[in-house]
Write a protein that binds this ligand. Structure first.
Ligand code: ARG
Ligand code: ZN
Ligand code: CA
Length: 238
């Protein structure tokens, strides 16, 4: 439970730009660094209107393998595919489902994008490897600061990778510089690739948890569009 709560704390720090390592955001990027004004709480009422701590525990079996199309893991975990050791999503129009499991092949996490919601409501949410979830308990460095869930929920709210998943690709966000490809480890700033100054400390890159510290205003607006009237996740706004 402490590990779970540590993850919720990180989400609220990161999405509200209350993260203590926000001081590491390079000065050049401070004008676009954003508080998304989105917050997260463990559910306190379950789908049957009973009190809950928001946590469902299921005995799993071994490691969960992520297929290349990425959908298999949700289907297994939700019980749709295998039907023995998953856990069905709570109604995805009002709960953000976070499946935490032992994922094979060093996969850190996986998310379903909002545009898949209509056709696949039962697998909507994010999946996080146990060892990259939260900041305490079973976490493993360098993915031990809860940033995998920050990144995956960014996808769940329609954010793309900062390099646009192709060479100098477009993430459809204006204030994130074009970047050649994903970054790993903890690069030194400044570093340039396609454009001027790579924003490898953005949560939507692949750097180590301790080296990511920002979303931008453009990312904030893209996430909030999904929650706005007419947006796919508007049902989350009360
Ligand atoms: N590889 C995963 C994805 O593309 C997650 C990467 C998370 N990175 C991190 N530093 N925690 O969704
Ligand atoms: Zn990603
Ligand atoms: Ca961009």
């Amino acid at each position: 439970m402490a590990q779970i709560e540590s993850q919720i704390d990180v989400l609220n720090e990161d999405f509200r730009r209350m993260n203590s390592d926000g001081v590491n955001t390079p000065g050049a990027f401070l004008p676009v660094a954003a508080d998304s004004q989105i917050e997260f709480y463990l559910a306190c009422i379950d789908p049957n209107d009973n009190p809950t701590n928001g946590v469902v525990r299921v005995q799993g079996e071994g490691e969960y393998t992520v297929e290349m199309d990425g959908d298999q893991v949700n289907e297994t975990l939700t019980g749709i595919k295998v039907g023995i050791n998953g856990s069905q999503a709570w109604p995805t129009n009002r709960y953000l489902n976070i499946w935490v499991a032992n994922l094979a092949d060093d996969v850190l996490g996986y998310a379903q994008f909002p545009d898949q919601y209509a056709s696949k409501p039962n697998t909507d949410g994010v999946v996080i490897n146990t060892t990259s979830f939260g900041t305490t308990g079973l976490v493993d460095a360098p993915f031990d600061q809860g940033r995998t869930a920050t990144h995956e929920i960014g996808h769940w709210l329609n954010l793309l990778h900062i390099w646009g998943d192709e060479l100098c690709g477009d993430d459809l966000v204006g204030d994130t510089p074009f970047q050649e490809w994903s970054s790993t480890g903890c690069p030194n700033h400044p570093r340039a690739s396609c454009e001027s100054d790579d924003m490898f400390m953005n949560y939507m890159d692949y750097t180590d948890d301790a080296c990511m510290n920002m979303f931008t205003q453009g990312q904030r607006n893209r996430m909030r569009a999904v929650l706005s009237p007419g947006g796919i996740r508007h049902s989350f706004v009360s």
